[in-house]
Design a binder for this molecule. Structure first.
Ligand SMILES: CC(C)(COP(=O)(O)OP(=O)(O)OC[C@H]1O[C@@H](n2cnc3c(N)ncnc32)[C@H](O)[C@@H]1OP(=O)(O)O)[C@@H](O)C(=O)NCCC(=O)NCCSC(=O)C[C@H](O)C(=O)O
Ligand code: MG
Length: 285
């Protein structure tokens, strides 16, 4: 099983907020997005870039570190990419990706020494959704798609619905595109920090769609998120039983077997191995 990196909870914080950058070192988010884009006011952009570079160099333990830069066509974009790549985060998150050209343009800005920096792409414009297959097919170093529901709702002229009935087609399309090209896929944020039940539902819904995790905006959303995107004890138990059943001598070479009165195929064994690998990776965090 290839390396699995848990990306259950992916916490945004404004790069201009020194307290949040420090606090993140004590939080159990799997990944952090240090934001230079929309969460940072224009007058704080340079300070945010400097603070974020210093914070990356100090380190965030085992947490995956991702920096959202400003778009290349903004006055900060090119300098953001140069400075952030030199600080060596795990990935750079490109906002408002509407075509594969946006990814290629940022990739061109990375020097050959920056080859360890992956790219993540935000899908948050109508064009980004329409062009999902081409964007997801961009290839290395693209590693993940992140849904931006706030911008998307705004651009669509839609309104926020608790059950996201007006976004279900997008949830399906982004997961489909990501899986077709072997990318991770992270759901958008839930703005109402005080609504624990609504947040838990949106995590449950995202997991059912196949997302690897969800972006969060406040420490109080992390635990629910981690729980929602972790294999449950029942899932781990079922996975172990499936793997064990396929390992029995009488089942070797069989494509389908009967287990507890149900048909189980090799594909279920593959999924079970992935579940166990994810559980192991989570335990190692
Ligand atoms: C929303 C907030 C501004 C609220 O902040 P605050 O008023 O400080 O909240 P609390 O007092 O409840 O905070 C309690 C402690 O937790 C720390 N904290 C809060 N938020 C974070 C965080 N995101 N990361 C790390 N630490 C955090 C506080 O410092 C307090 O700590 P302590 O001092 O020990 O008491 C704030 O939560 C916030 O800024 N959230 C993130 C906002 C953000 O980054 N937005 C941009 C990303 S969302 C987006 O753009 C989505 C996408 O593009 C789209 O289009 O959909
Ligand atoms: Mg956005």
């Amino acid at each position: 099983m290839a390396n699995i990196r848990p990306r259950r909870s992916v916490l945004y914080m404004p790069g201009s907020n020194a307290r949040a950058l420090e606090k993140a070192r004590s939080l159990k988010a799997d990944a952090l997005i240090l934001d230079l884009e929309d969460a940072v006011a224009p007058e704080a952009k340079i300070l945010a870039r400097e603070q974020v570079c210093a914070a990356i160099r100090k380190g965030f333990g085992k947490r995956e570190v991702v920096v959202r830069v400003n778009p290349l066509d903004s006055e900060w974009g090119h300098a953001d990419v140069a400075a952030i790549a030199a600080a060596k985060p795990d990935a750079i998150l490109i906002p408002k990706v509407s075509s594969p050209d946006h990814i290629a343009a940022v990739a061109r800005e990375l020097s050959p020494e920056d080859h360890s920096t992956a790219l993540w792409a935000m899908i948050e414009t109508p064009r980004g959704v329409v062009n999902l297959p081409a964007i997801a097919a961009a290839g290395e170093p693209l590693q993940a798609l992140v849904l931006g529901t706030n911008d998307l709702i705004k651009e669509l002229g839609a309104t926020v619905m608790k059950d996201r009935a007006n976004l279900l087609h997008v949830l399906g399309q982004i997961v489909l595109a990501a899986r077709a090209f072997g990318l991770s896929v992270i759901d958008g944020v839930y703005n109402d920090i005080s609504d624990a039940d609504g947040f838990a539902f949106s995590c449950f819904q995202a997991r059912q769609f196949g997302f690897d995790g969800k972006t969060v905006i406040h420490p109080n959303q992390i635990e629910t998120c981690n729980l929602s995107f972790s294999p449950s004890m029942d899932e781990i138990d079922a996975a172990m039983r499936i793997v064990a059943a396929f390992s029995k001598p009488e089942n070797l070479g069989k494509g389908a077997i009967k287990l507890d009165g149900r048909m189980v195929e090799k594909l279920h064994a593959d999924a079970a191995r992935r579940t166990l690998a994810l559980a192991e990776a989570i335990a190692g965090l």
